[in-house]
Design a binder for this molecule. Sequence first.
Ligand code: DX5
Ligand code: ZN
Length: 222
Amino acid sequence: MERELLIAPSILSADFSCLAEQVAKAAEGGADLLHVDVMDGHFVPNITIGPLVVESLKRSTILPIDVHLMIDNPERYLDQFIEAGASWISFHVEATNHSHRVIQRIKEYPGVKAGVALNPATPVTYLHHILEDLDFVLIMSVNPGFGGQKFIPNALEKIEVVRHMIDSKGLDVKIQVDGGISAANADRVVLKGAEILVAGSAIFGAEDIPQAVRGIRKAAPI
Ligand code: DX5
Ligand code: ZN
């Protein structure tokens, strides 16, 4: 399977007072997706943004919007986020009793990519009966809720195991890794099999945003 690196800056660490400008800088640096972290104060101890912001972003950038739902019962809000402009969307398997149903619902929208996210302590066995239906798996390399946390090294083994599951079934499912990613560890996660790198503080916390995106790409061996 042809591998391609996608860089997904997470706006969680952006300056929301000039969000469109910050996003434009990430695009200038060659970002591929725009990662939007949605938190509800229940599934994670933080509250962020809703579909309205996704709708505004959709009008202000040509980057595909990748919505990461960190909310309980994602089935309740899924449609709103897709209708607002998400073209990639992931939800946490820990947040619903009905992962299969949620995936099928996403797939009713032509062209929208479906992903499931796994917290650091969630075993990969959750993927066994749904992997074939997915476009991507999001492996959390921090506990979800906040930007700027330290990368949890156990994620490396998990990436490797999921890569093996995907390849042994001959599937075209991408692995996204999220949390504590920077130019300093991009090579390690990519070597284990990740193809989509989410980075928040390493990009929007940098003095030069376009250069930070380029730096991650340069550090990654695909
Ligand atoms: C954390 C979010 C991440 C976050 C990553 O719950 O899912 O997308 O923005 O931020 P960094 O790259 O700073 O760890
Ligand atoms: Zn995220």
